[in-house]
Design a protein around this ligand. Structure first.
Ligand SMILES: Nc1ncnc2c1ncn2[C@@H]1O[C@H](COP(=O)(O)OP(=O)(O)OP(=O)(O)O)[C@@H](O)[C@H]1O
Ligand SMILES: [Mg+2]
Length: 299
């Protein structure tokens, strides 16, 4: 249960490298807000300069398999934070632990803590409410056998919104934010599963956005998407980060380079390092394995 590997990196700047400056900001105390309510706008503004998700000594096991060992890091409000690393490095498990998907998996055990807006996610009584705030987009679009409209309206309906004009508004806004509106506005009643792979991926993003999340996590969204759509979604993410925090797991290191302020490199369940993306790609690494991975020598 508690594999005691030491955390190699956390929020504290560890080296005199210039790229550690952002970490100083991140090491400040998190803004605390009530767990079940949206922060008021003033609090939201304050939160921008501070930590959105703080991960402390997080370890994940599946039975006797260690998926992640003692990871500590901070993710700032309104940043795109990338996680890169080869297969089986623990990236997806990390995302699942953040919005408490471990509750759905009988063999997954999590130790350590995840603070969201300064509050331990385990203290949220309503895990569905937590997952509304921390939305996730999976690698392969998991299309529901519903119309485009109903795919996006599903979650708002489940939380009790019935007024048609309000649902119309949420559906349109979510599809616009996912850069899909223009392509589907004339056939909202068509089945979502009839869309192309790239459109379905944007539909899943629209579905996540219908919840108005504070954090959006994406797990290798490009896997089933052509390069042109990938670039469109990247533009969407750059736009969305004005309003939310984005955690992006990607197997494309150049995608991290294009999008992320900071990048974490995971390898075999270890967070090898976290750094400013630009610095890492300039070769300012603390661990040679990071450079080897960035330069394509393995993985
Ligand atoms: N449901 C599960 N049951 C048992 N072991 C699992 C389960 N999910 C993941 N694992 C194991 O945990 C480790 C980390 O897996 P994880 O899926 O988090 O890695 P990843 O970095 O996302 O890999 P990939 O790049 O292939 O998606 C692996 O050894 C994997 O076999
Ligand atoms: Mg994965």
């Amino acid at each position: 249960m508690s594999n005691q590997s030491t955390a190699h990196h956390n929020e504290e700047p560890k080296s005199p490298l210039s790229h550690s400056s952002a970490a100083v900001v991140l090491s400040t105390t998190s803004t605390i807000s009530t767990a079940d309510a949206l922060p008021a706008s003033a609090e939201r503004e304050e939160a921008q300069a501070t930590v959105k998700v703080a991960v402390r000594d997080l370890s994940i096991h599946y039975g006797t398999t260690t998926a992640l060992s003692g990871v500590s890091l901070d993710i700032a409000a309104n940043e795109i934070f990338a996680i890169i690393g080869p297969a089986n490095s623990g990236k997806s498990s990390f995302l699942q632990a953040i919005n408490r998907m471990d509750l759905l998996r009988h063999n997954m055990s999590v130790s350590g803590s995840v603070l969201f807006n300064g509050i331990d996610t385990r203290s949220w009584r309503n895990v569905y409410a937590l997952r509304r705030k921390i939305g996730v987009v999976f690698p392969l679009p998991v299309g529901l056998p519903l119309s485009i409209y109903d795919n996006v309206a599903l979650a708002p309906r489940l939380r009790g919104i019935k007024k048609p004009s309000l649902l119309d508004e949420i559906v349109e806004r979510s599809l616009r934010r996912a850069a899909l509106w223009d392509e589907v506005k004339d056939r909202l009643q068509a089945l979502g599963s009839l869309l192309s792979g790239g459109q379905q991926q944007r539909l899943t993003i629209a579905r996540a956005l219908s919840q108005d999340p504070e954090v959006l996590m994406l797990d290798e969204f490009s896997i089933a998407v052509d390069p042109v759509t990938t670039m469109r979604i990247e533009d969407v993410l750059k736009e969305l980060k004005q309003q939310m925090t984005i955690i992006l797991v990607t197997n494309l290191v150049q995608q991290a380079n294009r999008l992320a302020e900071r990048t974490a490199f995971f390898l075999n369940g270890e967070c090898v390092e976290v750094g400013e993306t630009e610095a890492l790609f300039e070769g300012q690494v603390q661990d040679q394995r990071t450079l080897d991975y960035l330069q394509g020598r393995f993985g």
